[in-house]
Write a protein that binds this ligand. Structure first.
Ligand code: SF4
Length: 209
């Protein structure tokens, strides 16, 4: 097989990293497998691990090797892991444990299916919003008065800052509001659709501040 034919038969695989944390077992497996199968490693902007240029013939072996190390893979329709800043555990400005918040979101929404591509959620441990919470479809920002919740942020060629729909509320209230938003997005969309386009719909379930 020529080099150009080999390039055409490459594929990729995304390993989910909750909270952007890389477990040592997965790091070791990725290291060993990348040396054996000669693929590339990319840290995605969503804080996941994207393995690139895996030869299709090697794909199942790579996937099995990672699964044995405890890896969970991104698949179509799954709920996205929140993008988080490092939060109170490692940042002196942090007001909450963002990793724990991310874990709770993961637990609550892991069973969701049919989540559309490009749906993004981000959590920041203080108003500095280092995780880009105001640029996500759903953004959670911790403040001294409680959590603020934003919706409709996006990047891309026409970036937009999310609009606040909750101010100074509890974590439980944030979770409940996220549930309503996710249900609404699912109901209103059949394919890729950023939340920004839904904010002005008559039946949008929250008031914009
Ligand atoms: S958003 Fe706040 S808590 Fe999070 S990393 Fe930035 S400064 Fe620290």
């Amino acid at each position: 097989m020529s080099r150009s034919e080999a390039v055409r038969k490459m594929t990729g695989l995304t390993v989910m990293l909750p909270g952007g944390i890389m477990p040592g077992e997965i790091m070791a497996a990725v290291h060993d497998l990348s040396r054996k199968y000669d693929f590339g490693i990319y840290l995605s902007t969503a804080q996941n691990l994207r393995l690139i240029n895996i030869a299709e013939d090697d794909f199942e072996a790579v996937k099995a090797g990672l699964a044995a190390a405890g890896a969970v893979f991104k698949g179509p329709g799954g709920f996205p892991l929140p993008k988080v800043c490092i939060g109170a555990g490692s940042c002196k400005l942090g007001l909450v444990d963002t990793l724990e918040f991310s874990r709770l979101v993961g637990e609550r929404f892991a069973g969701r299916k049919n989540v559309k591509p490009k749906f993004k959620i981000a959590v920041s441990g203080c108003p500095a919003a280092c995780s880009g919470a105001m640029l996500a479809d759903i953004g959670v920002v911790a403040t001294r008065a409680g959590f603020n919740l934003y919706v409709g942020g996006k990047g891309g060629p026409r970036p937009r800052v999310g609009q606040r729909i909750k101010k100074g509320v509890s974590r439980d209230e944030v979770m409940y509001a996220i549930e309503i938003l996710v249900d609404y997005h699912d109901r209103k969309t059949t394919g890729k659709q950023r939340f920004a386009k839904l904010l002005n719909a008559d039946d949008f379930p929250f008031s914009l501040e």
